[in-house]
Write a protein that binds this ligand. Structure first.
Ligand code: GLN
Length: 470
């Protein structure tokens, strides 16, 4: 059931919140053994919350009584938050993230914390210390990452919706691979306070849902400024559910030709081209767009993100908090051994790459240069949105791949992020939607992109497409 169906059912007393929560918990119990999409299942607490909600009898908030899951990067008071790492295997946060608080205050029921690539570094959920997540459409395939657990949980109906994070595609790509809806918000639209950092100038928090309408409902609740996050400006926040229209007359949809270039799998191009045709039939005006900086997105992104990550990871030293080694005799050994034992390969790669790019003598050539190129990419996107309301393209240049296929080849894994990282470099928003299937029957999504703080454009075009494609 969608968010709307659950909330309506509760208001019409078709079922109680405890019943529906139990239903989800039973399903998780059976399916999670195979899928591994949850790291922690907060069973008792969920049932307690549900009973409390039933006793209060107030389901007036559109999210009230809705069972959901949070990616295990969102701090939850009293519930383990691991970020997919041995480093935080036993970390119990003393406070809630702003997003967790907002969802709790709305009356949602937290079912558990979903699996993720370690410290959200990855595109396949294979770097998690807690093991890979399986794609619910075929367990031999990856669900995408890093919010793979969140996307798989929604696709397998183990949660009505979930929260993920997107630093370079981590909501949109797993949504695309699992056949669900994933929203990467404008940088700053949703507060990051209490969400464990990967790269602070890129990280965004957003919903993974079954429908575009559900994404709008969740965004209404989690978006907006917070005094705890100084990067959340007081930009006007409309009621996003008002933009769920089916007519696209007068809407200009940009088609960036670089998103259909060499290296993009023919099956992915076909799905996107069919989607473009659907939008045209709905009355959209198509505009050809050029984004020549696209080829610089991957090197720029990986230099900047790994630099920020190497700095963010320095707090995990085995003393303040996090895994502490049992095998050290002196202070320096505590740092070295705790970090060597606590971090996996992908995180170590980030620390080495980032520290190198930031070091004296290399800073100007790598970090500073990349920061300048990021600005050029940003300007290119600003100019494009003078010509169109949204752009459309594939999310990932490749369809879902097999578990084990790419994990030993980090370069090829990084290259597969080429169509999702530009939105994070530019700070704009993007929506991934189910659109078709690969030759072996796995989902392939499309991506709509809009200017900063123009999420309403995504909901408008996304809803119209979803209804037409149903
Ligand atoms: N795969 C990308 C990376 O490792 C994106 C991950 C993300 O968005 N968190 O940086």
């Amino acid at each position: 059931m969608t968010i709307k169906e659950i909330n309506t059912g509760l208001n019409e007393k078709k079922f109680s919140c405890a019943e529906i929560t139990q239903e989800y918990l039973d399903r998780i119990e059976i399916k999670n053994r195979e899928l591994n999409s949850f790291i922690t299942i907060s069973k008792e607490r969920a049932l307690e919350e549900a009973k409390q909600l039933d006793a209060n009898k107030d389901f007036s908030h559109p999210l009230a009584g809705v069972p959901m899951a949070l990616k295990d990067v969102v701090c939850t008071q009293g519930i383990k938050t691991t970020d997919g790492s041995k480093m935080l295997e036993n970390f119990i946060p003393p406070y809630n993230a702003v997003v967790a608080d907002r969802l709790k205050n709305a009356g949602t029921v937290l079912l558990g914390k979903t699996n993720t690539d370690e410290f959200t570094m990855g595109s396949s959920n294979e770097t998690s210390y807690f093991g890979p997540v399986k794609n619910p459409h075929n367990p031999d395939y990856v669900p995408g990452g890093s919010s793979g657990g969140s996307a798989a949980a929604v696709a397998a109906h183990l949660a009505t919706f979930s929260i993920g994070t997107d630093t370079g595609g981590s909501i949109r790509q797993p949504a695309s691979f699992c056949g669900v809806v994933g929203l990467k918000v404008t940088y700053g639209r949703v507060p990051r306070y209490g969400v464990l950092s990967y790269a602070s100038s890129f990280d965004t928090v957003g919903p993974i849902t079954q429908t575009v309408e559900d994404a709008a409902i969740v965004l209404n609740t989690i978006a907006g400024p917070s005094e705890k996050d100084s990067t959340t400006p007081a930009v006007h926040m409309p009621d996003y559910t008002q933009f769920l229209k089916t007519d696209l007359k007068g809407v200009k949809v940009g088609v960036p030709k670089e998103f259909f270039a060499q290296g993009v799998d023919p099956s992915v191009i076909k799905v996107a081209e069919n989607a473009i045709e659907t939008l045209r039939q709905l009355g959209a005006e198509l505009v050809e767009i050029n984004l020549p900086m696209t080829e610089y997105a991957i090197p720029t992104y990986y230099i900047l993100v790994k630099s920020e990550a190497s700095s963010n990871m320095s707090r995990y030293d085995g003393i303040k908090y996090g895994h502490a080694t049992d095998h050290a005799k002196e202070l320096e050994e505590v740092y070295l051994k705790s970090r060597a034992e606590g971090f996996g390969d992908e995180v170590k790669r980030a620390i080495m790459l980032g520290t190198y790019a930031l070091s004296a003598g290399y800073y100007d050539a790598y970090y500073l240069k990349a920061a300048k190129v990021r600005n050029l990419i940003k300007q290119e996107y600003e100019a494009v949105f003078q010509k169109c309301d949204v752009m459309i393209g594939p999310v990932s240049p490749i369809p879902p791949f097999k578990i084990g296929e790419k994990i030993d080849d980090p370069i090829s894994m990084y290259l597969a992020d080429t169509l999702s990282v530009p939105m994070n470099l530019a700070g704009i928003c993007g929506l991934a939607l189910p659109a078709g299937k690969s030759e072996n029957g796995l989902p392939i999504g499309i991506q709509l992109m809009a200017n900063q703080f123009k999420e309403e454009n995504l909901f408008h075009v996304g809803h119209a497409f979803e209804q037409a494609n149903a």
